[in-house]
Design a protein. Structure first.
Length: 244
């Protein structure tokens, strides 16, 4: 294959791991990065567009690929201004999805968060929920929304409270069984691998995937295994809908 992938957020933890996976994957001949800063030492198959990521629509003629991976996200500490926070966590993914639809890109993957809910009173959860809703409204053939729990991994930046949270989660994780499994800490490596597996093994699917299922998909290579997990997710969604 000679596939082209777009990555938004390649300078972050999960996006950086994803980038390396796609570099090593012979199915991809071109990887396009849209970001504010340049990453040094990348191979020729990586094309970097150094842009104002908040004005992504200005680069629609370059926004052409087989797949879009959106790994964009900020924190309340880094972006205390709620207006700017929403421009990043809502605005960038939704604009990217609109461009993907406009340019006939068939596969769009985006990282959301556990607890995303457009009706939530919590600003962070509501923003993610609104983002999910408007991404799905674009009607891209393969729309895959990943809702990880607390993400583990080594970051360049210091997030003291998050690191404490991860340690606490690791201690209490044996208690997370049954429905609580989706709240277990998940490694960024697993999220990145799940995204690659999904992009290369699904067709005509719109689905939201929680942390426990992300981990399962990361460990599966065969198409039938991933489709089996997706069928289970859809059955569970239908069952919950019927119970309401």
């Amino acid at each position: 294959m000679n596939k082209t992938a777009i990555i938004l957020g390649a300078t972050g933890l999960t996006g950086g791991l994803l980038l390396q996976k796609l570099i090593d994957d012979n199915r991809y001949s071109t990887i396009k990065l849209f970001s504010r800063t340049r990453i040094e030492g990348l191979p020729n198959k990586v094309i970097q567009f150094i842009v104002n990521i908040l004005e992504l629509e200005r680069y629609r003629t370059d926004f052409i690929a087989d797949e879009v991976y959106c790994c964009i996200g900020t924190t309340a500490k880094k972006t205390p201004n709620k207006k700017l926070y929403k421009k990043i966590d809502y605005g960038i993914p939704v604009t990217a999805a609109k461009l993907a639809k406009e340019n006939d890109i068939p596969t769009f993957l985006v990282i959301s968060a556990m607890g995303a809910n457009k009706a939530s009173n919590v600003f962070y959860n509501r923003t993610k929920g609104e983002m999910e809703q408007d991404v799905l409204q674009q009607g891209i053939k393969n729309t895959l929304i990943l809702r990880p729990s607390l993400i583990g991994g080594e970051r360049n930046e210091r997030r003291v409270l998050e690191k404490i949270g991860i340690v606490v989660f690791k201690i209490i994780q044996p208690l997370f069984i049954g429905p609580l499994k989706k709240y277990k800490t998940i490694n960024a490596e697993s999220i990145a691998q799940a995204m690659v597996n999904l992009a290369n093994n699904v067709s005509k699917t719109e689905i939201i995937i929680t942390s426990d299922n992300i981990k399962q998909i990361a460990e599966k290579k065969k198409k039938i295994d991933i489709y089996g997990i997706i069928r289970q997710i859809k059955l569970e969604i239908c069952r919950q809908g019927n119970e309401r």
